[in-house]
Design a protein around this ligand. Structure first.
Ligand code: DX5
Length: 236
């Protein structure tokens, strides 16, 4: 298989990106829900794809995402919490996911899988579970445009943020800096007004939040603006 063509990396935004997880959304109205998220000012939307094997939960197939694609123009991310994702990659790219995140722990040949995502025309990204060391991305930074450091054990929303991941976020940030490439550093799990500053100060610039956005009494727009402001203050 030819080497993946080098792709211009996504520019790391000067301001943090707020990316909602649709896990807490009303599954009976997902098209309206993604439209509401876009209206609330989110930067991207993340689909938490779960196969019931890599994580003990089952969520969105590609057809569900494809049905929602026309309802929002923001970038869709597919966070594939699935074993051996290779066979599913084309389906999620065709469904309209521009960023495809695979777990290092779920890929027998991670280097090849990431190259495959680029060949499909999507932006390759790799996720690390809490117990997986930062070293796991050491030999694939030339193939990715985003590294996701999980701050909960994947499978469910509404879990507590694992602050012990902050040193690992810093380790990944240093590796990205040393690579000389423009790579987003995303965190996912328990990101909320009380935890976002720690994650950003450690090096994250893309913040995935689900529960914290949907439980804000001020509504989605307030929740997104508040999280962004707190993240920007933590970068200052
Ligand atoms: C874990 C999920 C959650 C979700 C965000 O598998 O990926 O991290 O996106 O959940 P909250 O923001 O509710 O912790």
């Amino acid at each position: 298989m030819p080497g993946a063509p080098y792709r211009l990396a996504m520019p790391v935004p000067s301001t943090p990106l707020i990316v909602p997880s649709v896990l807490p959304a009303d599954f009976a109205r997902l098209g309206e829900e993604v439209a509401a998220l876009e209206k609330a000012g989110v930067d991207r939307i993340q689909w938490d794809v779960m196969d019931g094997r890599f994580v003990p939960n089952l969520t969105f197939g590609p057809d569900v995402i494809a049905a929602c694609r026309p309802h929002a123009s923001v970038t869709f991310e597919a966070h594939l919490m699935v074993e051996e994702p290779d066979t599913l990659l084309p389906r999620y790219v065709e469904a309209g996911c521009e960023v495809v995140i695979v777990h290092a722990e779920a890929c027998r040949h991670l280097h090849r899988t990431l190259g495959r995502i680029a060949e499909l025309g999507a932006r390759p990204a790799v996720a690390l579970n809490p117990a997986t060391p930062a070293d796991a991305v050491g030999h694939v930074l030339d193939l990715v445009e985003l590294v996701l450091v999980m701050t909960v054990n994947p499978g469910f929303g509404g879990q507590d943020y694992i602050a012990a991941m902050e040193p690992k976020i810093g380790e990944v940030a240093r590796r990205i800096d040393a690579s000389g490439r423009t790579i987003d550093l995303e965190v996912d799990g328990g990101i909320a007004p009380a935890t976002v500053a720690g994650a950003v100060a450690a090096g994250a610039n893309v913040l995935v939040a689900g529960s914290a956005l949907y439980r804000d009494p001020g509504g989605l727009e307030h929740a997104v603006a508040d999280l962004r402001a707190r993240a920007e203050a933590a970068r200052a």
